[in-house]
Ligand binder design. Sequence first.
Ligand SMILES: *[C@@H]1O[C@H](CO)[C@@H](O)[C@H](O)[C@H]1NC(C)=O
Ligand SMILES: *[C@@H]1O[C@H](CO)[C@@H](O)[C@H](O)[C@H]1NC(C)=O
Ligand SMILES: *[C@@H]1O[C@H](CO)[C@@H](O)[C@H](O)[C@H]1NC(C)=O
Length: 451
Amino acid sequence: MRIRSVWEILAWLTATIMVLKCCSASRPVVTCSGIVPMVNRNDKISITDFGGVGDGRTMNTKAFNEAIYRIKHLRRRGGTLLYIPPGVYLTESFNLTSRMTLYLAKGATIKATQNTANWPLIAPLPSYGRGRERPGGRYISFIHGEGLHDVIITGENGTIDGQGGIWWNMWRQRTLQFTRPNLIEFKDSRSIIISNVIFKNSPFWNIHPVYCSNVVIHHVTILAPPNSPNTDGIDPDSSSHVCIEDSYISTGDDLVAIKSGWDEYGIAYGRPSNDITVRRLTGSSPFAGIAVGSETSGGVYNVLAEHIRLRNMGVGIHLKTNIGRGGVIRNITVSDVYMVNVRKGIKISADVGDHPDTNYNPNALPVVKHVRINNVRGKKVQQAGLIHGLKNSPFTDIWLSNINLHGPIRPRYVPWTCSHVTGGAIRVNPSPCLELIQRTRTRTGVCSIHA
Ligand SMILES: *[C@@H]1O[C@H](CO)[C@@H](O)[C@H](O)[C@H]1NC(C)=O
Ligand SMILES: *[C@@H]1O[C@H](CO)[C@@H](O)[C@H](O)[C@H]1NC(C)=O
Ligand SMILES: *[C@@H]1O[C@H](CO)[C@@H](O)[C@H](O)[C@H]1NC(C)=O
């Protein structure tokens, strides 16, 4: 009897393991990365064919420019792959071209020069009207793409190193003349893939797709120290159909921040960010994990962020905008988030960020509506949430469900605070603010979306 039951247990265990194996193996992984198909390019060149030297000292600007010139003008069928072998390739900023793959081998590093004196300037973005941190033009991104299509940056987890320290110090010492360079910017481009690359020490934002569509970013690692200023991970800006998946980001500012232009310039340009997915992202930062804003003047809609794991964060989920921004933020869904050691779990507010100049319109009030935040768990969260709409533009249809954000015993837990918000809350612990609970009682408790 006893032995038989042991065998029965073993048989049951084996069966269970087989079922688990079968079903976890056969369950398709949900992904949006198919919006830009991966292409293998048969025409391959190496940076060393153009005189590239990976000794960490030789300047390779000429090699990069010549290699990319060759890709641009020979226009090989199916495009060309530019191979970066192991080694450290120091270079000034350079421009990519269409139908190319920048392939970094294992052990390959493309490193930005620390000589910032000759760094080229480009015009400000029309939706910002000026550089984001200094008036006038802005330094071109280290790796830049403008008006391109079908570009892939990939490889075997080689590194793109911005050597940002020198720029962070200029910011700290207030000696910056113009806005710092992004590590990578694609402007007016489409069909872009960035995968299996490590991004390190960006001078400013790391990956900035602006006025782009169909952008896939997956299996990337983005690293910068927690005290490095404005080193946002990925900032989709006035861009649509952006898919960010399976990545690790640990920086000094927001991990992902979805933007769409700044105050009167962003309103005039009128280009939203929409249809953005962020999935299976892990990271930490003193600022936000998943952010919308604060520059949202062209509007942000249809955002899905799910399966997010955050540790040592300022704010877990942050929708932020400001008076003067205008713009509509709507249909934002964030679900399945786990966070630990966080100052604020969820924050939705309209008093964040500065203005480009004094010409912003104080009557251009932002609109925030149709927001769903579901299945959020957290430990060591100092304040679970705060939601502060504007008196003359309350946030509407804001729904929270299945939220458990637990604080430290000490210092004392700070309760939810809200104002000018309507919507509802179901199974939210600790109990959210009255504005959301009272609304829930008057409704059926069904959390449906009317966008
Ligand atoms: C790189 O692209 C920018 C923006 O299109 C342009 O202003 C600049 O001249 C280009 N640089 C080179 C070296 O081609
Ligand atoms: C690169 O790093 C990512 C993220 O850590 C990992 O998932 C992937 O397997 C690595 N790829 C290669 C080719 O080593
Ligand atoms: C809301 O956004 C999601 C993507 O996150 C999209 O699938 C859905 O169709 C949108 N709903 C409406 C009503 O636009």
